[in-house]
Design a protein around this ligand. Structure first.
Ligand SMILES: Cc1cc2nc3c(=O)[nH]c(=O)nc-3n(C[C@H](O)[C@H](O)[C@H](O)COP(=O)(O)O)c2cc1C
Length: 314
C-alpha cells in the first residue's frame, strides 16, 4: 500500500472529474489517496464577468497568485507520489496551482518526491507545463509523467467555444460548433492512467526514476500550435508587466490599459493566429523535420505512443 497525494482545483468540475477517474483505480487497488482541493481565500467567479476575466491576466502570467486557504494535508504522512492536476489560465498554470507551488507547504510536500502532472485546458498547455516543470524542479521534486487533456473541438472552433464557456457558462453545441471542454469519452478513458499507476506503485516503479505512463497516449503535441504559443507567451510577458505598472488587480487605474490589451488579444486571434496557421500549412513540407523533432521533444516524458493502451483499456 502506497500513499499518494493528489492536488486539485476545478471551477466547472471538469478537472475534478478527470482527477476522479485517475484516483478511483488507485483506491480500488488499496492505495491511500489524499485528495486535496485547493480553495482560494476569495473564490474566482464562474462564469467570469469579462472585466474580471481580463483583469486576472497579468497576475496569471507573472505567477503572482492571491492566497489560498490553509490545506488539510496530514503532516505525518510521507507520500510516495504526488499528482498535480491543473488547468491553464493565460498560458500559465491556473492561479490556485501557482499558489500551491509557491507555498512553503507545497514545496515541502514536493521536495524529493516523484511528481505526475495532469493538465486539462483548451489546447495550449506547453508554456504552462514549462512553468510547472521549473517550479517542481525548484522545489526539489522529480517530474516523472505528464498527462494532457484538451478540448474536443478544432483549434479554430475552440477560440469561440472556450471563451463562450468561460464567460457565459454555456458549453453546449452551438452554431454547428462542438461542445466546449474535454470530450466525455476522453474523461472516462482517463481511468487507464489510474490503473497503470496502481500497477506501477505495486512494482515500486515510482522509485525507478523512469516515466510510468508511456505507451498510453499520455500527451499529444501539435507542434504548429507550439510555435504560435511561444510567440504569444513572449508577448504576454511584456503585456503583463506593462499592465501591472498601471496598478494592482481590481484597481480602476489599470482598466484602460486592460481594454487596450483585450482589443490586442481579439485582433491577434482574428488575424495573426489564422495567418500563422496558414503560413505554417503552406511551409509544412519545409518545416516538417523541425516540427517532428519539436513534437518528440515536447511530448517528453510520457509521450503520445499507444503500445500499452490495450493492457489498461477498460
Ligand atoms: C481566466 C482563464 C484563462 C484561461 N486561459 C486559457 C489558456 O490560455 N489556454 C487554454 O488552453 N485554456 C485556457 N482557459 C481554459 C481553462 O484551461 C479550462 O479549460 C477551463 O477553465 C475549465 O476548467 P475547470 O472547470 O476544470 O476549472 C482559461 C480559463 C480561464 C478561466
Amino acid at each position: 500500500m502506497k500513499n499518494v497525494l493528489v492536488i486539485n482545483y476545478s471551477q466547472t468540475g471538469q478537472l475534478a472529474d478527470i482527477t476522479a477517474q485517475v484516483v478511483a483505480p488507485l483506491r480500488a487497488a488499496g492505495h491511500q489517496v489524499h485528495l486535496e482541493t485547493l480553495v482560494p481565500e476569495t473564490p474566482f467567479p464562474w462564469p467570469w464577468p469579462i472585466v474580471d476575466f481580463v483583469d486576472a491576466f497579468p497576475e496569471c502570467v507573472q505567477l503572482d497568485p492571491p492566497p489560498i486557504k490553509p490545506m488539510a494535508i496530514p503532516a505525518n504522512v510521507d507520500f510516495d507520489l504526488v499528482i498535480l492536476t491543473y488547468q491553464v489560465w493565460y498560458l500559465s498554470p491556473a492561479l490556485p496551482m501557482t499558489a500551491f507551488l509557491q507555498s512553503a507547504e507545497g514545496k515541502r510536500l514536493i521536495a524529493g518526491k516523484p511528481v505526475v502532472t495532469l493538465v486539462a485546458c483548451r489546447n495550449m498547455w506547453l508554456s504552462a507545463q514549462a512553468t510547472m516543470k521549473r517550479l517542481i524542479a525548484e522545489a526539489g521534486g522529480q517530474l516523472r509523467d505528464h498527462l494532457a487533456f484538451t478540448d474536443q473541438g478544432h483549434a479554430l472552433a475552440t477560440f469561440i467555444t472556450t471563451p463562450r464557456w468561460v464567460l457565459t457558462g454555456k458549453r453546449n453545441r452551438w452554431l454547428g460548433l462542438p461542445p466546449a471542454g474535454v470530450a466525455p469519452e476522453e474523461i472516462r478513458a482517463a481511468s487507464r492512467f489510474g490503473r497503470a499507476l496502481a500497477d506501477a506503485l505495486d512494482h515500486n516503479a515510482e522509485r525507478s526514476g523512469q516515466p510510468m505512463l508511456t505507451g498510453l497516449r499520455a500527451c499529444t503535441v501539435n507542434p504548429r500550435l507550439a510555435l504560435s504559443e511561444r510567440a504569444a507567451h513572449r508577448a504576454f510577458k511584456v503585456w503583463s508587466r506593462l499592465i501591472r505598472a498601471f496598478g494592482k488587480r481590481g484597481q480602476w487605474r489599470r482598466r484602460p490599459i486592460l481594454l487596450v490589451f483585450a482589443l490586442y488579444l481579439i485582433t491577434l486571434v482574428l488575424t495573426v493566429v489564422p495567418l500563422s496557421l496558414l503560413l505554417q500549412w503552406l511551409l509544412s513540407p519545409l518545416l516538417a523535420p523541425r516540427l517532428a523533432r519539436l513534437r518528440a521533444e515536447l511530448e517528453q516524458p510520457s509521450g503520445s505512443q499507444d503500445f500499452k493502451l490495450n493492457n489498461y483499456a477498460q
